[in-house]
Ligand binder design. Structure first.
Ligand code: ZN
Length: 133
């Protein structure tokens, strides 16, 4: 069974591969004199809503370069929250415990939230979710 580290590593790897592939396509397009334009998606207010704006534009997808920057930031954060030799997060501290120096058990909430980015993936395990009760 896949660990949360393997799961996150694999998702980041896949995103990076897809972004690098798309970036190569972008270069190929430009080299052949064509341009790629990333479209924003127009969302229109439902008829029954009076408060929502009539139309808003949201990014449909991240551009490949944006995706690579996202992946780099996620890798940085993931690396900072690596488990120590006691299988505790090397950054996070448990709040509300007797001392404020108690490290958090691995995987810490930051890593769990990161994994939840892909909670609809078939390899995501419900036990990684943060208990919000
Ligand atoms: Zn942490």
């Amino acid at each position: 069974m896949m660990t949360i580290e393997q799961f996150i590593d694999r998702r980041l790897e896949q995103q990076q591969e897809a972004a690098e592939f798309a970036l190569q396509l972008e270069h190929d397009f430009r080299d052949s004199g064509r341009e790629i334009e990333y479209q924003w998606v127009r969302l229109v207010r439902p008829k029954h809503s009076r408060t929502a704006p009539s139309a808003v534009f949201v990014p449909g997808v991240l551009t490949p370069k944006q995706t690579l920057r996202h992946v780099a930031v996620l890798r940085l954060i993931f690396g900072e929250h690596a488990p120590d030799e006691h299988h505790r997060c090397s950054v996070c501290r448990d709040s509300g415990s007797s001392g404020d120096h108690d490290t958090t058990a691995w995987p810490c909430p930051t890593v769990r939230e990161m994994a939840a980015l892909w909670s609809d993936h078939r390899d995501y395990r419900a036990e990684w979710a943060i208990d919000r009760r």
